[in-house]
Design a protein around this ligand. Structure first.
Ligand code: CA
Length: 436
C-alpha cells in the first residue's frame, strides 16, 4: 500500500500487520505502517498529572463530521457516512500487531511469488498488452514492474470484493482517526480525502457491491492507494473521464506508473540483480548506503549471479545482504528505492522486484536462504538493541531493525571477529547475551 509515510528506510520487518491476513496470502499485503506498534507505557513510579481523558468514539465522530464539513465534504455526505458509525476493533488490533509479527523473508517471498501468481501475471501481461505498452510509453515504467505491484497488492484485483480481505474504508479510517492517537491527524486527513472521493462520485459505487472498501488501513483499489495518494497521483488512462483505480485495471496500473515516476523512477533501468560474492568478501561493504559504480563492485569481485551484460559500468548501486553473508546478495539500483516508496519493508520491495523478474521469464534466486535461522521476535529485537546500546552504540530501542541497528551490528560483529554482515538472527542474539 502506498501513502503511509515511510518509516525507517528499508525496515526489515515483514509488512503486514495482521497475522491472519498475512497467513491467508490473499495478496492485500502491503499493510505495513512505518510506525512502531502501539506499546502501553509502563506505570510510572512517581505520581503523574492525570492525563486528559480520551474522548469517546461518539465525541470523536462528531468532531470528524464537523472537520469534514469544513474541508470540502458536504455535511450531508459526512453525516450519511459517519453518523451512527461504530469503530472496528479488528482495525485497532491490526495497528497493535504492527511489527510484532515476523516471518522470515524467504517465507514471505515464497508465499507471494508463487507459480500460480507468476502464471496469472503473465496472462494479465498478454490480456493488457496494448494499454501496458501505452503506459510504458507515457511514464517510462516497465510493464513487468507494474504488473508485479498489481499481483502483490491485490492478486491482480481478485481479492477486492472479498469481505474476508477488505473492509469499508470510511469505517476503518474513522476507527484509526479516533483510536490511534499517535497518528490521529494523518488518519483524519485520509478519512477526509476518502469522504471527498465519495462526495465527488469518483468511485464507481454502482459497480462496487460492498461500497468503498480497502485494506484495514484504508488503501484502495487494484494497486492499493491511500485516499490522499489517489488524489495526488491517480490518473484516468482508459479515457472514460474517471480516475477509476477500483474497477479499471488500466487506470490503476497507469496510476501506479504515475506515482513511481513522480518518485523519480528511471526509465530503462531495472531495480538491480542478485550477485555472487567472492570468497573472503568483507561483508561490511554491504552497508546498504554506500553507492559504488558497477565497475567498482566488479573490481571487488562482486559478480552477477546469472549471465548478464553490464552495459553501464558507471551506474551506481548499493549492496545488501538481507539474511547476512550466508544468504543471497543483491546489488540495488536507484529504482529499488522507488519501490520502497510504496512500502518501506525490504521484504515487500524485494518481492515486487523478484516477481517482476519472474514475469519477465527470469529464473528464481541462484542462492538459497539460510532456512535454519529463526527470526527474532519483537522482544528479542528490543533486547538486542538494548544490549548494543549498553555497549555504547547510539541506537534507539524500538524493535525495528533498520539501517542504524544494522550499522551498530556490523561494528559489533567486526569488534568480536564475526563476519560484519549486520544480520540479526537468534544465533547473534545468543552470542551477545553470552558475551561479558
Ligand atoms: Ca478511467
Amino acid at each position: 500500500m502506498i501513502g503511509l509515510k515511510p518509516g525507517t528506510p528499508m525496515d526489515d520487518r515483514i509488512m503486514s500487520a495482521s497475522p491472519s491476513r498475512q497467513g491467508s496470502h490473499t495478496g492485500l499485503c502491503a499493510l505495513r505502517l512505518g510506525i512502531a506498534a502501539l506499546v502501553l507505557a509502563p506505570a510510572l513510579a512517581v505520581a503523574a498529572p492525570e492525563p486528559a481523558p480520551t474522548p469517546s468514539f461518539e465525541t470523536c465522530r462528531t468532531d470528524l463530521i464537523a472537520w469534514a464539513a469544513a474541508h470540502d465534504v458536504p455535511q450531508a455526505v459526512a453525516l450519511a457516512q459517519l453518523g451512527g458509525l461504530e469503530p472496528d476493533p479488528e482495525v485497532l488490533a491490526a495497528t497493535r500487531n504492527q511489527g510484532e509479527f515476523v516471518r522470515p523473508i524467504w517465507d514471505y517471498l515464497e508465499a507471494s511469488v508463487t507459480p500460480a501468481r507468476i502464471e496469472a501475471g503473465q496472462r494479465k501481461l498478454a490480456e493488457l498488452a496494448t494499454p501496458l505498452a501505452a503506459i510504458e510509453a507515457k511514464y517510462g515504467v516497465d510493464r513487468y514492474t507494474l504488473v508485479a505491484f498489481w499481483g502483490v497488492e491485490s492478486s491482480y484485483g481478485t481479492v477486492l470484493d472479498n469481505l474476508a480481505v477488505v473492509k469499508p474504508v470510511v469505517r476503518s479510517l474513522a476507527t484509526l482517526s479516533c483510536g490511534d492517537p499517535t497518528r490521529a491527524a494523518y488518519w483524519r486527513d485520509e478519512l477526509t480525502a476518502a469522504l471527498q472521493i465519495l462526495a465527488r462520485g469518483e468511485a464507481p459505487l454502482d459497480r462496487m457491491p460492498n461500497g468503498l472498501t480497502g485494506s484495514w488501513a484504508g488503501a484502495m483499489g487494484h494497486t492499493q492507494f491511500m485516499p490522499t495518494v489517489y488524489q495526488q497521483h491517480a490518473v484516468d488512462f482508459d479515457g472514460d473521464g474517471k480516475r477509476d483505480i477500483w474497477t479499471s485495471a488500466t487506470d490503476a496500473l497507469a496510476s501506479t506508473a504515475s506515482y513511481l515516476l513522480a518518485h523519480s523512477w528511471r526509465a530503462g533501468e531495472g531495480w538491480g540483480y542478485e550477485v555472487v560474492l567472492p570468497e573472503g568478501f568483507d561483508a561490511a561493504l554491504a552497508d546498504e548506503t554506500t553507492s559504488r559504480s558497477l565497475a567498482a563492485w566488479r573490481d571487488l569481485g562482486v559478480k552477477p549471479a546469472r549471465d548478464r551484460a553490464i552495459s553501464d559500468a558507471a551506474a551506481q548501486a548499493t549492496l545488501i545482504l538481507p539474511t547476512g553473508i550466508r544468504g543471497p546478495a543483491f546489488l540495488l539500483r536507484p529504482n529499488f528505492s522507488v519501490i520502497l516508496r510504496y512500502n518501506t519493508a525490504l521484504a515487500y520491495a524485494l518481492t515486487v522486484a523478484h516477481l517482476s523478474d519472474r514475469l519477465r521469464g527470469d529464473p528464481g534466486f541462484s542462492r538459497d536462504w539460510p532456512r535454519g535461522d529463526r527470526p527474532l521476535s519483537g522482544d528479542e529485537r528490543r533486547d538486542l538493541q538494548s544490549r548494543l546500546t549498553e555497549r555504547g552504540y547510539a541506537i534507539g530501542v524500538d524493535g525495528k531493525i533498520g539501517p542504524k541497528t544494522r550499522a551498530a551490528l556490523r561494528a559489533y560483529q567486526g569488534s568480536v571477529g564475526l563476519p560484519a554482515d549486520g544480520y540479526a538472527d537468534a544465533a547473534l542474539l545468543e552470542r551477545i547475551r553470552a558475551a561479558p
